[in-house]
Ligand binder design. Structure first.
Ligand code: HDE
Length: 681
């Protein structure tokens, strides 16, 4: 293990250390430990003769290779993960007895896997989709998994519909198209015929579904859970992760282009940030509702298609998670990690949300297939950091060597151990909710309003965000071949906003929507990304440098940007150092062929001499960055290019002869993320 990856005091890291192996500098052996003398040629009867069965080394090597793949996750197959730590700001003793939420001096090791939902394991990452945000807390009382998404609501209300939803969303079965996309007939047919999906569809068509980075998206536990304190008192709770950098998105045209230019865009961003020491941080927030207030809302708090508006139920920020170490091996850690919303610790309990209840079954079931048997909890990444003892035995890949003759309860031969713990000893006791009812297969009346919060979401959007929603619906439904499905969706979303439905109806050649205007006028400002935190830190600027540029002054600008946490990477017509005199700071890392404006948050035209071809390439960067509303800065001869592009005084376009003034104003423009006030259709 490299020195860098050692995290002192991180209990999970210390445990993983026992399983790490460095092969570098070692002799090659078989899996039985036998040193191998030849690894390029199989054993043959004569140099030109047949290969022999007795070549155990060949057989072992090939057999292992033949079995290297495991089934990918049925959903969330494409994911990337990192290790981290969670620290608490204030004790939550009042609400929960969970040990890791009591003491502010204690740090808890975590492992987080981010993912897209629909695409296969090798699919592009900037597709329009929800993102998974699954966190494993390795607590002293066992693993607690918060298996969330970056969208606070879900498409359906009952787990029994999940296979239908996923069948409709995934590539269509007859031709396995399209990959990692919801823009096709079966998905929209499902939406139109399962109208509880309206609210989540609004989120999925919004900018939230094309995040700028995993580091800049929120996480939500989605369901209502319960916190239970040491007095046995329960509160309803919703979990939130708030990124310290704020919540930011790509624009659709950019997201599509990135899918081709860099299918690994999000994992690269996460990996590089952690390698650079720009550790992603997320604050943990809780929305808490007293049990007695369960029925005081105009929605059912058990309905997973509803959020709790933050203005009505404030988010209490209680701690922070920092992701500070990349994995050593993607398969061993990211691929083999097994999350489960049913992995809880004392003080955290479930609600009767029917979606959550079904998830409690599905996750173990899927791991049995994916990880090949019931011992997946023994894999290093899944092991709790506290001891575990029970009478479970055997099965594929069993690693623990349980000693003794007893593997049953109750017994006398081992003094009736391992024995259940009392509540005082930390035994998990389920919250004793009183339940009365008939066995029925039905939807509660209180779950039947599918549109009010979809309209709340629409009302909360800024004008640019509304425009993006209109564009997204027009794009997605433009890809739907069935005229009937297109019309059904128009008519459905007329219940959310007639303005929205009328706009995309026109774009897709559907009849104007029938139906009346929604009566919901409420909005929730917290839902608009325009109100998020603005921070230039960790933003990436592509610096276009020509020959003989003023290296000294440009270096000063880059230093000033770096001081604000902004990273600059130079682009030119060839790699190396531009003929820039003696300043060694400036090195060209990308050419016009290997870089693209879509891979940067902002473009800086740093001047220098250019020929016609160079200018053409630079103009392409400028026009594209401009069309994606990105900050564009220019100094020296770079300003001439701005003039030529006729964008000199436009929003988010900064130039100056004074380098200090320029760096300040350009950093502000970068912090703003995007400049919507441009005349772009
Ligand atoms: Fe999942 N989900 N899900 N899900 N889910 C899986 O478990 C399932 C739902 C979420 O990075 C699977 O290990 C059902 C909501 C994440 O490893 C599977 C239902 C939310 C991940 C499964 C839901 C999620 C999964 C596939 C409806 C947000 C990736 C592989 C009742 C709160 C975890 C696996 C990782 C993965 C089932 C709905 C989040 C099949 C039945 C709602 C982040 O078990």
């Amino acid at each position: 293990m490299s020195e860098k990856s050692k995290m002192s005091g991180n209990t999970k890291d210390e445990q993983l250390e026992q399983f790490r192996v460095d092969d570098e500098g070692k002799k090659l052996t078989t899996n039985q430990g036998l040193k191998v003398s030849e690894d390029e040629f199989s054993l043959k009867a004569g140099e030109r003769g047949p290969t022999l069965m007795e070549d155990f080394h060949f057989r072992e090597k090939m057999t292992h290779f033949d079995h290297e793949r495991i089934p990918e996750r049925i959903v969330h197959a494409r994911g990337f993960a990192a290790h981290g730590e969670f620290e608490l700001y204030e004790s939550l003793k009042e609400f929960t007895k969970a040990n890791f939420l009591q003491d502010t001096s204690k740090k808890t090791s975590t492992f987080v896997r981010f993912s897209t939902v629909a695409g296969s394991r090798g699919s592009a990452e900037t597709v329009r989709d929800a993102r998974g945000f699954a966190t494993k807390f390795y607590t002293e009382e066992g693993n607690y998994d918060l298996v969330g998404n970056n969208i606070p609501v879900f498409f359906i209300q009952d787990a029994i519909k999940f296979p239908d939803l996923v069948h409709a969303l995934k590539p269509e079965p007859h031709n396995e198209m399209p990959q990692a996309a919801s823009a096709h007939d079966t998905f929209w047919d499902f939406v139109a015929n399962n109208q509880e999906s309206a609210h989540m569809v609004m989120w999925a068509m919004s900018d939230r579904a094309i995040p700028r980075s995993f580091r800049m998206m929120e996480g939500f536990g989605v369901h209502t859970f319960r916190l239970v304190n040491d007095q046995g008192k329960a509160h309803f709770v919703k979990f939130h992760w708030k990124p310290v950098l704020g919540t930011h998105s790509l624009v659709w045209d950019e997201a599509q282009k990135i899918s081709g230019k860099d299918a690994d865009f999000h994992r690269r961003d996460l990996w590089e940030s952690i390698e650079n020491g720009d550790y992603p941080e997320y604050e943990l927030g809780l929305q808490i509702i007293a049990e007695e207030d369960e029925f005081n809302f105009d929605f059912d708090i058990l309905d997973p298609t509803k959020l709790w508006p933050e203005e009505d139920v404030p988010v209490k920020i209680v701690g922070k998670m920092t992701l500070n170490r990349n994995v050593d091996n993607v398969f061993a850690e990211t691929e083999q990690v097994a999350f489960h919303p049913g992995h809880v610790v004392p003080g955290i309990d479930f609600s009767n949300d029917p979606l959550l209840q079904g998830r409690l079954f599905s996750y173990t079931d899927t791991q049995l297939l994916r990880l090949g048997g019931p011992n997946f909890h023994e894999l290093p990444i899944n092991r709790p950091v506290c001891p575990f003892h029970n009478n479970q035995r055997d099965g594929f890949g069993r690693q623990t060597i349980n000693r003794g003759q007893v593997s049953y309860h109750k017994n006398s031969l081992a003094a009736n151990t391992p024995s259940p713990a009392t509540e005082e000893e930390g035994g998990y006791v389920h919250y004793q909710e009183k339940i009365e009812g008939r066995k029925v297969r039905s939807r509660s009346e209180s779950f039947k309003d599918h549109f009010s919060q979809a309209t709340l979401f629409w009302n909360s959007m800024s004008e640019p965000e509304k425009q993006h929603l209109k564009n997204a619906f027009s794009f997605e439904l433009g890809k739907v071949k069935s005229k009937s499905v297109r019309q059904q969706v128009v008519d459905m979303f007329a219940n959310v906003s007639s303005e929205l439905a009328a706009t995309f109806a026109e774009a897709i050649g559907a009849e104007p929507p029938a139906g009346k205007e929604s009566e919901v006028t409420k909005s929730s400002p917290a839902l608009s990304q325009l109100n998020t935190k603005k921070n230039p830190s960790t933003r990436k600027v592509g610096v276009i440098v020509g020959n003989e540029m003023n290296a000294k002054e440009v270096s000063a600008v880059l230093k000033a940007l770096k001081a604000k946490g902004i990273q600059a990477e130079c682009i030119s017509d060839k790699l190396g150092k531009p003929m820039a005199g003696d300043d060694a700071e400036i090195e060209v890392k990308h050419t016009f062929l290997t870089a693209s404006s879509v891979l940067f948050d902002a473009i800086y035209l740093a001047g220098g001499s250019t020929d016609a071809k160079f200018k053409k390439n630079a103009m392409h960067f400028i026009n594209e960055a401009y069309a994606h509303y990105k900050p564009i800065g220019a100094t020296h001869e770079g300003a001439l290019l701005l003039k030529e592009a006729e964008i000199m005084d436009d929003a988010g376009v900064v130039s100056s002869d004074d380098m200090n003034d320029f760096a300040e104003r350009f950093a502000d423009a970068i912090a703003a993320h995007r400049h919507w006030d441009r005349k772009i259709m």
